[in-house]
Design a protein around this ligand. Structure first.
Ligand code: HEM
Length: 316
C-alpha cells in the first residue's frame, strides 16, 4: 500500500515537472510566427531608439530575479498595490512599450496562447543578437504571474554589492559564480544614472573621496558628468565604451579600472571570478558561449505563473 502511494506521488510529481518544463518548440503548432513577430517588434523599436536593447535585457534580468521569469515586472500598480515596476531599482527600466507592441501583434495571430514572460525572454534574446551578440534557442512555455510587489525588489542585487553579496544573490537562484561573471557582461550595453555609482566618486570613505580602484582619468571623467550634488536629471555614463554593441569591451575596461559599479569591480576581488573576467576579456567567443549558457539558465528560473495574460500590464 505504502509502495503504491509512493509510486503514485512520484508519478504525479514527474508529470507536474514535465508539465512545467520549457521547450524550444512549445508554440510550433499554436503560434508558428511568434519568433518572427517578436523579432520584428524589437527591430522596429531599435530603429527609432538605440537604447531599446539594453532596456529589454535588463528588464528580463529584473523579471527573472523576482518571483522567477513570470512577467511580474510588467504588471502595473493597482489600487493599494505598488508593483515591482514602480520600486526604486526599476524606475529606470524603460521600453515596456516594445513588449506591449509585440504582445498586441502576437494576440492578433494567436489570441490567448503566448505568455508575456515568453515574449520578454525572446525580446531579450533578440536585443542581444541585434546588437551584434550571439543568438540562441529560447526554451518557452512560461506562464504569467499574478503578483507584483514593489517590496520584493529589495531582493535585487545592488550596484554597491561586494562579491559575497553578489554570490549569495545569484546562488539563491541556482546561478553560479561563472553565471555571475558571464551575466555581468550584460553591462556591455546601456547606461547608468549618476545615483547608481556616486558612492564611488564622492565621499567614498572616511579618508578617500574616490574609490582608489577606479583609474584616475576615468574617475575624473565620471566626476565631470556627475558632480557632487548633481542636479542634471538624466546625467550618467555609458556602461562601456561601445554601448550599443554587444562585445567583450566591458571585461577589458574592467581590468583597467574602468567599470561603472562597485559590483562590477567586485568581480576582481575573488580569484575565481577574476580569472573568468580575464578569460572573457581575452576571448570574445568564450564570453559569448558562457553568456548564452547563463542566459538560458537565468531565463529558466521558474516562477509561479498560472495564466496567459491578454495585456501584459494587467492580470486577467
Ligand atoms: C550582478 C548584479 C547586477 C547589478 C548590481 C546591476 C546593477 C545595475 C545598475 C545599478 C544599472 C543602472 C541603472 C541606472 O542607473 O539607470 C544597471 C544597468 C544595466 N544592467 Fe545591470 N546589474 C547587474 C546584473 C545585470 C545582469 C545579469 C544583466 C543582464 C544580463 C544586466 C543588464 C544591464 C543593462 C543592459 C543595463 C543598462 C540598462 C539601460 O541602459 O537601460 N545587469 N545594472
Amino acid at each position: 500500500m505504502a509502495a503504491t502511494l509512493a509510486f503514485t506521488l512520484l508519478l504525479l510529481s514527474t508529470i507536474s515537472c514535465l508539465a512545467n518544463a520549457l521547450s524550444s518548440n512549445y508554440y510550433d503548432h499554436t503560434c508558428p510566427r511568434l519568433e518572427y513577430t517578436v523579432n520584428s517588434a524589437v527591430k522596429k523599436a531599435m530603429m527609432n531608439d538605440k537604447t531599446v536593447p539594453a532596456a529589454l535585457l535588463r528588464m528580463h534580468f529584473h523579471d527573472c530575479f523576482i518571483r522567477g521569469c513570470d512577467a511580474s515586472v510588467l504588471l502595473e500598480s493597482k489600487g493599494k498595490n505598488k508593483a515591482e515596476k514602480d520600486a526604486p531599482p526599476n524606475i529606470s527600466l524603460h521600453a515596456f512599450y516594445v513588449i506591449d507592441n509585440a504582445k498586441k501583434a502576437v494576440e492578433t495571430q494567436c489570441p490567448g496562447v503566448v505568455s508575456c514572460a515568453d515574449i520578454l525572454s525572446l525580446a531579450a534574446r533578440d536585443a542581444v543578437a541585434l546588437s551584434g551578440g550571439p543568438t540562441w534557442e529560447v526554451p518557452k512555455g512560461r506562464k504569467d504571474g499574478k503578483i507584483s510587489k514593489a517590496s520584493d525588489t529589495r531582493q535585487l542585487p545592488g550596484p554597491t554589492f561586494n562579491i559575497s553579496q553578489l554570490q549569495q544573490s545569484f546562488s539563491q537562484r541556482g546561478l553560479s559564480m561563472e553565471d555571475l561573471v558571464a551575466l555581468s557582461g550584460g553591462h556591455t550595453l546601456g547606461f547608468a544614472h549618476c545615483s547608481s555609482f556616486q558612492n564611488r566618486i564622492h565621499n567614498f570613505n572616511a579618508s578617500l573621496d574616490t574609490d582608489p580602484s577606479i583609474h584616475p582619468s576615468f574617475a575624473a571623467s565620471l566626476r565631470s558628468v556627475c558632480p557632487f550634488r548633481n542636479k542634471v536629471r538624466n546625467a550618467g555614463a555609458s556602461l562601456d565604451s561601445t554601448t550599443t554593441s554587444f562585445d567583450n569591451a566591458y571585461y577589458k575596461l574592467l581590468l583597467q579600472g574602468k567599470s561603472i559599479f562597485s559590483s562590477d569591480q567586485a568581480l576582481l576581488t575573488n580569484p575565481k571570478t577574476k580569472a573568468l573576467v580575464s578569460k572573457f576579456a581575452s576571448n570574445q567567443n568564450e564570453f559569448e558561449n558562457a553568456f548564452v549558457k547563463s542566459m538560458i539558465k537565468m531565463s529558466n528560473i521558474s516562477g509561479g505563473g498560472q495564466e496567459i495574460r491578454l495585456d501584459c500590464k494587467v492580470v486577467r
